[in-house]
Design a protein around this ligand. Structure first.
Ligand code: TRP
Length: 333
């Protein structure tokens, strides 16, 4: 009998524009994981509306994100890539999990506190419930590993706590998940302030390279990247700007730091920056072309999404009905 593959679950919110940091840290990771595990990947639109969204924009971004992931190599024949709101079980399980989540623990979540401060005029119930919905996402699929950024670790830990709590109260039901935190070396810093992570919401437009940037924009941003005065392509903690550019080059050319230093021995920053820009553009351009092709055929995209939502729902509803039975809902004779 074929050994059962470990299940991996992750999701991304359809908000903001993705950067090359997201590509290296998250998207490429998904592409790798789908080869080895049974993966469920969602576009988390239910999560997105916990902060105010323009409806037409949310709809457009959701589809663009699906097309982007497909263009990057997420393969629907290897994994299930779907839109969260297409599978009603997420909201349904979240309701049940709400009843075993304490208001105290939900209100202590770091991200809830941060977002409450940033959106003080819209501290809605959904914002506080965000991690409970996320726990529902994960637990519905029996995922044992959840690849996330470090900022989501606390939420996966809540999912673990809720899984254990439910299992203790109602009997063995959920697989207890583990966060899978991305490797530190994949972290890409701002081009303008290398002490900060590259962010999709940086105010300085030169600080982040977006996956939607065209070749000229990419080259220009790298040309303007902050470095130092040594003019020597060398990786060192006291040279965070150039070290970040070396990291980016390595990530996009699949090279080691030593190989990169060797390759650019005696080359000045100007030429090196141009090469880093070219390396990034060489990867981004075909992705953008592919994404545009996919978006040009909406019926095909939506057929694919319907099919994957059905596949996801098949797994999710099995868990949901088990939960309904355990908590004592009457389901007929
Ligand atoms: N909250 C996650 C983020 O912003 C997205 C997300 C939603 C998620 N549901 C999830 C991630 C389930 C992992 C598992 O990055």
């Amino acid at each position: 009998m074929e050994e059962k593959k470990k299940i991996v679950y992750s999701a991304v919110q359809p908000t903001g524009r993705l950067t090359i940091g997201n590509y290296v840290g998250a998207i490429r990771n998904w592409v790798r994981l789908q080869q080895e595990y049974e993966c469920f990947f969602a576009v988390a639109d239910l999560h997105a509306i916990t902060v105010r969204q323009e409806p037409a924009e949310l709809r457009r971004r959701t589809l663009e994100l699906v097309a982007l992931y497909l263009a990057c190599g997420v393969d629907p024949s290897l994994c299930t890539l779907y839109i969260q709101s297409h599978v009603p079980a997420h909201a349904e399980l979240a309701w049940v999990l709400n009843t075993i989540t304490y208001v105290g623990e939900a209100s202590r979540m770091t991200q809830f506190k941060d977002k409450s401060a940033r959106h003080a005029d819209n501290i809605n119930m959904g914002l506080m419930d965000y991690p409970v919905l996320m726990a529902a996402d994960i637990l519905l699929y029996g995922a044992s590993a959840v690849p996330v950024g470090a900022d989501q670790k606390q939420h996966v830990e809540l999912a673990r706590d809720l899984a254990v709590r439910f299992n203790n109260r109602y009997g063995e039901t959920f697989v207890v998940p583990e966060p899978l935190i991305g490797r530190g070396d994949a972290r890409i810093a701002s081009l303008q302030d290398p002490s900060k992570k590259m962010s999709k919401s940086d105010e300085n437009p030169s600080a982040s390279v977006f996956l939607s940037d065209d070749r000229d924009t990419v080259l220009r941003k790298f040309r303007r990247a902050v470095t130092d005065s040594e003019n020597c392509v060398r990786y060192a903690p006291e040279k965070p700007g150039i070290s970040n550019l070396i990291n980016i080059y390595c990530a996009f050319e699949n090279k080691s730091v030593a190989q990169t230093e060797e390759l650019f021995r005696g080359v000045g920053y100007g030429d090196f920056k141009a090469e880093v820009g070219e390396a990034v553009a060489r990867v981004l351009t075909p992705i953008q072309t592919k994404q545009a092709e996919l978006l040009a055929d909406k019926p095909a995209l939506s057929a694919l999404l319907n099919e994957s939502a059905e596949r996801a729902y098949k797994t999710a509803r099995r868990t949901l009905f088990k939960v309904y039975r355990k908590v004592g809902f009457y389901r007929g004779e």
